[in-house]
Design a protein around this ligand. Structure first.
Ligand SMILES: NC(=O)C1=CN([C@@H]2O[C@H](COP(=O)(O)OP(=O)(O)OC[C@H]3O[C@@H](n4cnc5c(N)ncnc54)[C@H](OP(=O)(O)O)[C@@H]3O)[C@@H](O)[C@H]2O)[C@@H](O)CC1
Ligand SMILES: Nc1ncnc2c1ncn2[C@@H]1O[C@H](COP(=O)(O)OP(=O)(O)OP(=O)(O)O)[C@@H](O)[C@H]1O
Ligand SMILES: [Mg+2]
Length: 438
């Protein structure tokens, strides 16, 4: 008998008719069970049934109980049950209420909440950006790697990697396919390019195992030197290539190297959620399509913009660790606990590549935030100060400022390279190079 059948049987008890308005689904991955009910009592009965079944040896790894829009229970793999009264849920609700208040106040034109949020974010950027101290050596301001770049896409990994340098990282590497290597090198001598990845068309079936090992070894040599790895810009969807990248991600996780996952990296992760599940050093940066796929896969429903905040919190709770930055007109960020909306002015141009700038920026800022947190001995498990959330917030604010500045200069002709050129000036306005802050 499956765990869900046991739970269902236990819940049914004597009075089967009480189960009237239940929606009960068994999910494929790791016996996830989603239970929705508008009946509070039934939700509680479900939780007790789960505990009972687990006590008897069952172990559904994640159980989400939704009881209308106002409360939610989440049982994690350690059988900890977050009830509606838990601090985490209370904080979620508080943040949602604050957001609503902001929206209302905005309607009444009393204050501009986006300005207030942007000001907080700018203060935070000032706090984490390292000073240009002559005593620091190369590498201390960040070593970033981008895994991406194939025959079709050479722009995306370049945009991500060069943005990291323009913001202030010391070294930026790109791991791409052989075809893409020379092209990316020719865009910039600043990037360290490793053309080590292979696509199916260039590898015979009988070579695949050994080629895959070689690729992993090539990346492994460098792995622990990186402060953050961006996986996915311009990676493409070749199955052999994605298999190799999956192994690289496992290795990065074993080595506790933070990951920013974007573009085709999200395509890979959406079908292999265990790569990031329970990993708080991962950031997912989905665009509209990528978010839709994630929501369908994880929550098994459609994107609901009326409940955007709640849905993002649920998604992050399910994935249990990573921070999610949902890109769009406003950038929504959550790690399942904290929630941030970034919506300072950007550019009305939607040219391709802006998400790539963002992924490189988030990699740098989250590395700086982690560095600052460890220098101050801040508790990294305190998610109010989750450096990955703060890195997302800083990256989104800066990208939008740079995009606004580029648009002011170039109008309809604004391209991604123009925005990259404005990163330095935008950061300078927030955090002047001569300010000497530490
Ligand atoms: N200058 C550059 O080099 C730039 C390169 N870029 C790079 O492009 C890559 C894709 O990112 P994107 O943002 O275009 O994908 P997105 O909006 O999810 O999909 C749009 C539609 O296309 C489809 N589709 C995509 N890939 C497909 C495939 N291989 N084969 C078949 N279908 C595919 C997709 O279909 P679906 O995902 O629904 O299956 C959806 O309908 C990614 O690596 C990104 O980094 C960008 O960063 C921009 C600048
Ligand atoms: N409607 C909008 N108004 C203002 N800014 C936006 C809007 N949509 C997106 N952005 C900004 O552009 C950034 C990139 O979002 P976008 O949806 O273009 O990503 P993407 O599709 O992954 O980009 P890429 O072409 O690099 O793959 C967002 O983080 C946001 O700051
Ligand atoms: Mg993208």
């Amino acid at each position: 008998m499956t765990e869900t059948s046991k739970i269902r049987n236990h819940m049914l008890g004597r009075d089967e008719e009480d189960m009237g308005d239940l929606e009960f689904e068994e999910r494929g991955m790791r016996s996830k069970i989603l239970f929705k009910s508008y009946n509070f009592e039934l939700s509680l009965r479900f939780i007790f049934a789960c505990f009972w079944v687990r006590l008897k040896g069952g172990n559904p790894s994640h159980t989400l109980v939704k009881h209308d829009m106002n409360s939610q229970f989440f049982l994690d793999s350690a059988n900890n049950c977050m009830l509606a009264s838990s601090p985490i849920i209370r904080r979620q609700q508080l943040l949602i209420r604050s957001l609503c208040r902001y929206q209302n106040r905005n309607h009444m034109a009393e204050t501009k909440p986006e300005d207030a949020i942007a000001a907080d974010a700018e203060q935070f950027i000032r706090r984490i950006t390292p000073s240009l101290d002559p005593n620091r050596h190369k590498g201390q301001a960040g070593k970033i790697a981008v895994i991406g770049g194939c025959r079709e896409y050479t722009g995306a990994p370049y945009f991500a990697a060069i943005s990291a340098l323009k913001i202030g990282a010391d070294l930026s590497h790109v791991f791409c396919t052989k075809d893409a290597g020379t092209v990316i090198k020719s865009y910039s001598p600043e990037l360290i390019v490793h053309p080590v990845l292979e696509e199916s068309y260039s590898v015979r079936d009988d070579e695949k195992v050994s080629v895959s090992r070689t690729v992993l070894a090539e990346v492994a040599k460098w792995m622990e030197r990186f402060d953050c790895i961006v996986v996915g810009p311009g990676l493409g969807r070749d199955p052999f290539l994605l298999d190799c990248v999956r192994e690289i991600m496992k290795l990065a996780r074993e080595s506790s190297v933070p990951l920013v996952i974007d573009g085709d990296g999200l395509f890979l992760v959406t079908d292999n959620l265990d790569l990031v599940r329970g990993y708080p050093l991962a950031v997912l940066t989905p665009n509209v399509n990528e978010y839709k796929r994630l929501i369908q896969k994880v929550l098994d429903c459609e994107v609901n913009d009326q409940e955007a905040v709640q849905q993002l919190l649920s998604l992050a709770s399910w994935i249990d660790g990573p921070t999610i930055l949902r890109k769009g007109k406003g950038d929504l960020i959550s790690d399942g606990d904290a929630f941030v909306l970034v919506n300072n002015d950007g550019s009305p141009r939607r040219c391709g590549g802006q998400g790539d700038i963002l992924s490189g920026s988030v990699a740098v800022f989250s590395s700086w935030a982690r560095q600052k947190a460890s220098a101050l001995n801040e508790d990294p498990s305190n998610s109010v100060q989750n450096p990955m959330v703060l890195g997302c917030m800083a990256g989104a604010v800066l990208l939008r400022k740079a995009a606004a500045l580029a648009f002011a200069n170039k109008k309809r002709a604004t391209l991604t390279t123009d925005i990259i050129e404005c990163l330095g000036m935008s950061l300078e306005k927030i955090c002047p190079a001569s300010s000497g802050q530490t």
